[in-house]
Design a protein around this ligand. Structure first.
Ligand SMILES: *Cc1c(COP(=O)(O)O)cnc(C)c1O
Ligand code: SF4
Length: 466
């Protein structure tokens, strides 16, 4: 069990008189932190080399309050924010290490780029398939994959209070994407929404939109609230890890109250605010300020939903999830998604076979009450959609994964169970194959107009599979 600091008799809920200033810790200043001295030289070298390729950023709060330095390197939040040598292959690591030692900057930069491009920086067709067009022109900063929900990447929200080492959006933090994802054009967002009355939810995402100043965030929100043609937008969702990495955002930051006021304004307009809180481990909810952030956000009328992938070395243990969901529910949060780690970046370091993901999920799920069972998973955000692993079964003498789509580019496939051949080593949907002919329509390789996949030959009929 994580020590819950609320049970400390000296702790007075609501006393946050001395605001902490946000201090980022990166490659350039980590060696100046007191914790650096205590790190094993091997871990230091790993960090120095890997952070040349993958992004590294943490902060003082994460280091001082969430990481237990006596448990390093196995401490979960250390693993979550400090790059480790095993995130690169031995060849990649040695190559960067020797170029760093040689001090040859042009060669080093070239090698770094080459390795970054080897790490599948753009999974699930994000850059090619979800970016909408208006009058034939792509609209940067908007992704629209599923009818009801559109993602918006505000230009000012493309960083985070700390970076997760497994992050699937890491490419934008190392300058690979050149901010092509981002948009600061409030009118473009409003224009797109006006043309799409099917959109009920706008999901602000990033990076982390909560790194934005409240005043800048208000520009986007007020534009939506003031437009009479946008009544169909009923939910503003905010995907954020700030609730874990910098809960001060909602408590002691100079514009914390202004942000909470924005939530109140959205709610007063008859809409809902859903904070999609990225919580990976119960320790993130153990500090007084993290709990106070939840209390203040909920005090505005906003909901907090909890989601995270399963990350090896961080939360690959059912007890961690049981505790996370129980703690969240006790504080009034709603467990939402349990994801499978995506096929990008240091995936070899973090990924877990699908069967094991399901076992961990099921074991954790069995130990929480119905209020915690709002969580759905394991779910893979793959190219065709969100694929839910329901379990492993014997089907006519053959072992198979039982799957369903929770979201799909082809909406008519959602919530129809289908089977894939069992594969104990599979870690992602594209490693799976249909069990029978009746399962083929669920696999994008067989879709007749299969976007960028091999054109299939099987007509899309799902009747047999219902
Ligand atoms: C997950 C996701 C959404 C939101 O889906 P919900 O099931 O409504 O939470 C929207 N767009 C993309 C691209 C997603 O991956
Ligand atoms: S908070 Fe989200 S976007 Fe930011 S590094 Fe972590 S996973 Fe990536």
């Amino acid at each position: 069990m994580i020590q819950d600091k609320r049970t400390d008799p000296d702790f007075d809920l609501g006393s946050f008189d001395e605001p902490q200033r946000f201090k980022a810790v990166t490659r350039t200043n980590v060696a100046a932190t007191p914790e650096w001295e205590s790190l094993d030289p091997d871990l230091r070298e790993g960090l120095e080399v890997v952070s040349a390729v993958l992004p590294f950023r943490t902060n003082k709060y994460v280091m001082e309050e969430l990481i237990d330095w006596n448990a390093v390197p196995d401490d979960p939040i250390f693993r979550l924010t400090f790059p480790h040598r095993d995130m690169l292959s031995v060849e990649q690591f040695d190559r960067i290490k020797s170029l760093m030692a040689a001090g040859d900057k042009p060669q080093l930069d070239a090698a770094v780029r080459e390795i970054q491009l080897e790490l599948n920086p753009h999974p699930a067709g994000q850059m090619t398939h979800n970016v909408p067009t208006v009058n034939g022109e792509p609209v940067p900063g908007i992704q629209h994959k599923y009818d009801q929900t559109t993602l918006f990447f505000p230009a000012h929200g493309q960083t985070c209070h700390a970076y997760c080492t497994f992050c699937f959006r890491w490419a934008q933090f190392v300058g690979l994407d050149d901010m092509k994802f981002a948009n600061k054009d409030v009118d473009q967002l409003a224009g797109y929404l006006r043309e799409h009355p099917e959109i009920t939810d706008v999901l602000f995402t990033g990076g982390d939109p909560m790194v934005m100043k409240s005043k800048i965030f208000a520009r986007y929100i007020d534009r939506i609230l003031e437009d009479p043609d946008l009544a169909h937008v009923q939910t503003i969702r905010i995907g954020t890890k700030s609730v874990a990495y910098w809960p001060q955002r909602f408590v002691t930051d100079a514009d914390a109250e202004e942000m909470l006021d924005i939530f109140r304004r959205i709610i007063a307009s008859g809409r809902t605010v859903a904070i999609m809180g990225h919580y990976s481990h119960p320790v993130e909810l153990s500090t007084p300020i993290a709990q106070e952030a939840v209390r203040r956000i909920r005090g505005t009328g906003a909901n907090i939903r909890m989601q995270s992938p399963l990350i090896r070395h961080v939360n690959d243990d059912p007890e961690i999830w049981t505790e996370l969901w129980n703690t969240g529910v006790r504080l009034g949060c709603i467990p939402y998604y349990f994801f499978v780690e995506r096929d990008t970046g240091a995936r070899g370091y973090f990924e877990t076979p699908l069967e094991q993901c399901h076992q961990i999920f099921a074991e954790a799920f069995q130990k929480v009450s119905g209020l915690g069972r709002t969580v759905r998973g394991p779910s893979m955000s793959a190219f065709p959609g969100k694929v839910h692993i329901l379990g492993v079964r014997d089907v006519g003498g053959e072992k198979a994964f039982v799957l369903e789509y929770l979201q799909c580019r082809r909406g008519e496939l959602v919530r129809r169970p289908f089977f894939a051949k069992f594969d104990p080593k599979a870690t992602w949907f594209d490693m799976l194959e249909p069990l029978t002919d009746a399962d083929k329509p669920f696999f994008p390789g067989y879709w007749p107009d299969a976007m960028d996949e091999t054109p299939g030959t099987v007509p899309l009929t799902v009747g047999a599979a219902t």
